[in-house]
Design a binder for this molecule. Structure first.
Ligand SMILES: [Zn+2]
Length: 252
């Protein structure tokens, strides 16, 4: 770019400002896309977590059901024994034998009641687990709905922006060629050091558009004169006046 250095300061400023505007548009697209894939991933993870919860609940439900079944069988066994003892009592030979059978029957009656209590308690547990399963399934439906929306948003943005991004990248390369070599190095260095990627900023309400520190009137007028390139004394960003900022527009 041997002939670039012959350009006026104003031309240099316009070139670097145009580059900044193109690069900012690319940044915007990347930010837009950058958050969506993360949001999609978060929702996918959430569904996976909820699915794991359902699987755990199912294991618990199976365990409780098996327990209820075992207790129901134990109750039936005890009831069968009681029936058997009742018949035996009809045929006892003496009082002692009668009493002994009676004791056995009482034990089995206790067994029946104990099993009934277990069954009742477990039925409450079962209802509780079933309710949380329903709630978890509802939650999955909600998250899936949100996920579908985010997915189609991302798909749409990707389709829309892929083309735009390619055009802008080409424009950025083109714009770079017009920027004074030393200025370009400064631009890239400043751009990299700030998360918002702003290296060239306009004066906004008497302040630096990058760090918002006030710019003294004398300095503002120097910036407006386009006689030299002026950087913000606080953040080091290249400053341009509002008029120039509005004059330089890029079509994307
Ligand atoms: Zn600043």
């Amino acid at each position: 770019m041997a002939n670039v250095k012959d350009f006026s300061v104003e031309e240099k400023l316009i070139a670097v400002l145009a580059l900044q505007k193109i690069d900012s548009k690319i940044d915007e697209i990347q930010t837009l896309k950058g958050e969506l894939p993360m949001e999609v991933k978060d929702l996918e993870d959430e569904i996976e977590g909820l699915q794991t919860r359902i699987n755990n609940i199912d294991v618990e439900i199976n365990t409780i059901n098996a327990f209820i079944e075992a207790k129901t069988n134990a109750k039936k066994d005890a009831q069968a024994l009681i029936k058997k003892y009742e018949k035996q009592q009809d045929n006892v030979k003496n009082n002692r034998e009668f009493e002994a059978i009676n004791k056995e029957m009482e034990m089995q009656e206790l067994e029946v009641r104990l099993n009934e209590k277990h069954i009742k308690d477990s039925s409450f547990d079962l209802r509780d687990r079933t309710n949380s399963r329903i709630k978890t399934e509802d939650k999955i439906k909600d998250v899936e709905e949100a996920l579908n929306i985010k997915r189609s948003e991302l798909e749409k943005i990707t389709v829309e922006t892929d083309k735009e991004e390619k055009v802008l990248s080409a424009k950025s390369v083109e714009a770079k060629e017009k920027v004074d070599a030393r200025l370009l190095i400064a631009y890239e260095r400043i751009r990299k050091s700030y998360r918002n990627g702003l290296a060239v900023v306009p004066i906004m309400r008497d302040s630096c558009g990058g760090c918002f520190n006030v710019i003294p009137p004398q300095r503002q007028s120097e910036i407006r004169q386009h006689k030299k390139i002026i950087v913000c004394e606080h953040c080091g960003r290249i400053l341009v006046d509002t008029d120039l900022n509005e004059k330089v527009n890029i079509k994307a």
